[in-house]
Design a protein around this ligand. Structure first.
Ligand SMILES: [Zn+2]
Length: 295
């Protein structure tokens, strides 16, 4: 009992200091939270707003989100208009000292529109495709922003953060070749996806994306578009229809039924398939799902 009391007393003395020294970080997505934790380690506390299973284009506002940001030192967002809701949360939090960092800063966006599209084309990807974090090639530029952000709000630990980032990137460099080898059968393979979430991932693994169940990002399938997709699947002998976890299965399953293709669920965010999964587990999970689908 005495020992326990001594321990409690020690904690009471030690905790306030260690807590006050920690940087409070809020990210819009689980992916950015994961990267921030890899870099910040125990010197930051990280919370993310959106569920890893959520459609990140549409996250509803809740007062509890603003409470999370109220005392934050740094906020990291995906940018390219994906998570504009994060800006509204920051505004609503009335936190005057928080710094907001856009993780798209060093990304070269794919599919930047070359014409001014009207609303019938959907307005979700107006500044290029924002789903860049799904490619391993984006980890370096994303974590560069996170390192810069943490170093700005906590300059005393900038070399600690830089060392953690180097170590994390080195681990990925070691593990990624094995995943690329496992994914080799996917090279040149055509898949249909529900939303246009996967071009960065597809480029990394050499996968082709000839069509989407949505006619345009955020614009659901019309009967004529569904017929076009069915024709495309039959003509190109496409085996896989991939969908994000937040869409209704009805349409993909109907198309699969009519074409013999297989519907697989891919998870755009870390922690979507299994809570607490590592970056490599998450990536491998998506590769394995596709490999099972093309068998
Ligand atoms: Zn999108």
């Amino acid at each position: 009992m005495k020992q326990i009391l001594a321990l409690v007393a020690a904690l009471v003395v030690a905790l306030p200091m260690s807590i006050s020294a920690r940087i409070t970080v809020v990210t819009s997505t689980s992916d950015l939270a994961y990267f921030a934790k890899m870099i910040g380690g125990d010197f930051i506390s990280v919370e993310s707003i959106a569920s890893p299973k959520a459609d990140l284009h549409y996250v509803e506002m809740r007062p509890s989100y603003m409470v999370k940001v109220r005392d934050a030192d740094a906020v990291f967002k995906v940018g390219l208009e994906l998570d504009m809701w994060m800006d509204r949360i920051v505004d609503g939090s009335r936190n005057n000292h928080v710094k907001v960092f856009d993780c798209a800063r060093y990304i070269t966006p794919m599919e930047v529109p070359t014409f001014k599209a009207d609303a019938s084309y959907g307005d979700l990807h107006r500044f290029g495709n924002p789903h860049y974090w799904i490619s391993p090639a984006s980890v370096e530029p994303i974590t560069r922003v996170i390192l810069e952000g943490l170093s700005l709000v906590d300059p005393a630990r900038s070399s600690f953060y830089a060392g953690n980032r180097d170590a994390f990137l080195a681990t990925l460099d070691k593990e990624l070749p094995a995943i690329k080898t496992e994914a080799a059968p996917l090279e040149g393979v055509e898949i249909i996806t529900y939303h246009n979430s996967w071009p960065y991932f597809a480029e990394y693994f050499g996968i082709k994306l000839p069509g989407f169940i949505e006619k345009y990002p955020g614009v659901g399938p019309s009967p004529s578009h569904m017929r076009d997709i069915i024709d495309l699947i039959k003509q190109d002998h496409i085996k896989v229809i991939a969908m994000e976890p937040y869409f209704e299965k009805r349409v993909p399953e109907k198309i699969a039924e009519m074409t013999g293709a297989t519907v697989v669920t891919l998870y755009p965010s870390i922690g979507g398939r299994n809570e607490g999964e590592s970056y490599i587990d998450w990536l491998r999970g998506n590769v394995k799902a596709l490999l099972a689908g093309i068998k």
